[in-house]
Ligand binder design. Structure first.
Ligand code: NAP
Length: 546
């Protein structure tokens, strides 16, 4: 079982003990007492005794760490003093379960090593209750160049019971190396990525047999960038259910740090008892579209090819929806009409071994509108925004028989999209034309769909609405206005249109439907609607995507 360890930065013994008790109550297996902000290394016996008392009184088994400033800690005193502390604790009546020391310090001098060996469960002098030694490697900036050689030195060292390596992950692909490290060393191993890109290795440690993962008690008490809280690991990622057989899914996009999808999909998997975990998979956008495509492609193909990962699917979001269609064409993956016609897809399904891609945004929008409007044949619809979602909405609604006019701030984009999408329609079903952005103030339609980020929390114009006041005044109780923006759930557009008497459909309805359709593709089961709704609303009320 992979242990869950809460690090506690000790500044005061009583507060540290209170945190350790809270960590235990929250479900932690271990506490790492980080002494480097407290222990001064003065050589004072009272200082050492205070640490020993803290270890003795801690309600959880303890890792003692006095991290050197050179590896991201706060201790910049002499090494002799902290190794003397380790020796004191290791030979005390209530020794800690583990002592953590940096490999670099351990290798610095034979004299120091000798003292460390006195403190631990060293082969030459076995003691049943002596601490086990964690030899560790940290780099807060990047992947250490000589990582493999350093890990190999720990692996063959009899004094080290556990290998720890933590470095700042530069991409999702670094996680794959870290997870390989766990399986290849032949010793209990902790291998964790730091920063936003490293979260995957922290969540998936149990799947690959990692010795432990760290989780902070509070968002403000992390000891490494990207460290999740214990509540996030246990509740959002169902950490205790992750095992070797667990399938891995995720949301690929940029940014995805605040995506509500992990909470929603993991809650859905839990409800239908699907052995899966869903993680954020950030793949940055770049000014150079070819560079963006290259990193998207490399990430997806490596995830699919990673032994033991069982990477089974992903939600794909901005800016990679078009990259997914390009990749599917290159790899000859099966793709449905929605993606083929609109050039955008948002779902990878690899559960059967063959990769299939879908666009669940389109049926989600069409179903939301049909639920209010009934049959769409002959209905006049204004779609505002000709980006990925706008083009998908336009195509899906026209395919259902609507007369769609596409408006876009940049007119050429609307004209090009209308021409291209019309070519994919069966003649005589629906129609698509481009409208003039400036006409939005004078038009009347049966249905309006906002597919721009106007009104979105954290977006460029959170207080703006795409519909001018004149148009809002002309809305009737039969008019339907849908906003695809889902945070906030009531956008300025929806507020104004509701006040004018129109029927409104919030973007969260689309989110729920597209997520449920993805879950159905991956698991063959539809998650309970109420549960998906509640998970969405909980996340949005917590702040949702910024
Ligand atoms: P996109 O490809 O970036 O397209 C954005 C569109 O909005 C473009 O047409 C753009 O016009 C227009 N736009 C941007 N800023 C504008 C402004 N200040 N004034 C007027 N028009 C502006 O994005 P997308 O993937 O289509 O996503 C669009 C929206 O859909 C997102 O904001 C998101 O909230 C929503 N969404 C909802 C869900 C859901 O499940 N509810 C899922 C995905 C997306 P130009 O062409 O002139 O740049």
């Amino acid at each position: 079982m992979t242990l869950l360890c809460v690090p506690i930065l000790v500044h005061d013994a009583a507060a540290a003990l209170a945190d350790a008790a809270a960590a235990k109550a929250a479900g932690a297996d271990l506490a790492e007492l980080r002494l480097d902000g407290w222990f001064q290394g003065t050589g004072d016996a009272a200082e050492m005794a205070a640490v020993a008392d803290l270890v003795r009184d801690c309600p959880l088994p303890v890792i003692v760490t006095c991290r050197a400033a050179s590896e991201g800690g706060h201790y910049d005193g002499p090494d002799d003093a902290r190794v003397a502390l380790y020796e004191y604790l290791g030979t005390s009546q209530h020794p800690p379960r583990y002592l953590d020391l940096e490999l670099a310090t351990y290798e610095r001098s034979a004299n120091l090593r000798q003292k460390v060996h006195l403190a631990i469960d060293y082969p030459a002098r076995r003691r049943a209750d002596a601490p086990s030694l964690i030899l560790s490697i940290h780099d807060f900036n990047t992947r250490p160049a000589d990582l493999a050689r350093r890990i190999a030195r720990i692996a063959v060292n009899d004094a080290a019971s556990i290998i720890k390596v933590a470095y700042r992950a530069r991409s999702i692909r670094d996680n794959l190396e870290l997870l390989d490290v766990i399986t290849e060393t032949g010793k209990p191993t902790i291998a964790l990525g730091m920063g936003e890109f490293g979260l995957m290795s922290r969540i998936l440690a149990p799947k690959f047999g990692g010795f432990l993962t760290f989780a902070s008690l509070r968002p403000t008490t992390t000891t490494a960038p990207g460290q999740p809280t214990i509540a996030e690991l246990l509740n959002r990622y169902n950490f205790r259910s992750i095992k070797r057989s667990t399938r891995v899914y995720g949301v690929i996009g940029w940014p995805v740090e605040h995506s509500i999808s992990p909470a929603v999909h993991n809650a859905a998997f839990d409800a239908i008892m699907h052995d899966g975990v869903y993680v954020p998979l950030p793949v940055p956008a770049s000014d150079d579209p070819e560079a963006s495509y290259a990193s998207f492609k490399a990430t997806v193909l490596e995830l699919l090819g990673q032994p033991g990962m069982y990477f089974s699917g992903a939600s794909v979001t901005i800016p990679h929806k078009e990259n997914l269609v390009r990749l599917a064409r290159e790899q000859r993956w099966l793709m449905y009409e929605e993606s083929e016609s609109t050039g955008a897809a948002n779902t990878i399904n690899a559960t059967t071994g063959n990769v299939v891609i879908y666009n669940t945004d389109i049926p989600a929008i069409v179903e939301c509108i049909q639920a209010e409007a009934g049959l769409l044949a002959g209905k006049r619809v204004a779609v505002i925004g000709a980006g990925g979602v706008g083009r998908g909405a336009t195509w899906g609604l026209a395919k259902a028989g609507a007369i769609v006019v596409l408006f876009n701030r940049t007119p050429d984009r609307a004209i090009a999209a209308a021409t291209q999408l019309t070519a994919t329609l069966t003649p005589g079903v629906g129609t698509i034309t481009a409208g003039h952005w400036d006409d939005l103030g004078t038009v009347t339609f049966d249905i309006f769909v906002n597919c721009t980020p106007l009104g979105m929390k954290g977006g460029p114009s959170p207080d703006e609405s795409p519909l001018p006041e004149g148009t809002v005044r002309r809305l009737t109780p039969a008019t339907i206005v849908m906003d695809t923006v889902y945070n906030p759930s009531e956008t300025p557009l929806l507020r104004a249109c509701k006040a004018a008497g129109a029927k409104t459909i919030p973007g969260v309805e689309m989110f729920i439907r597209q997520a449920s359709l993805q879950s159905l593709k991956w698991t063959n089961q539809t998650p309970p609607d109420g549960l998906v709704r509640m998970a969405c609303q909980n996340e949005l009320s917590r702040g949702g995507p910024a």
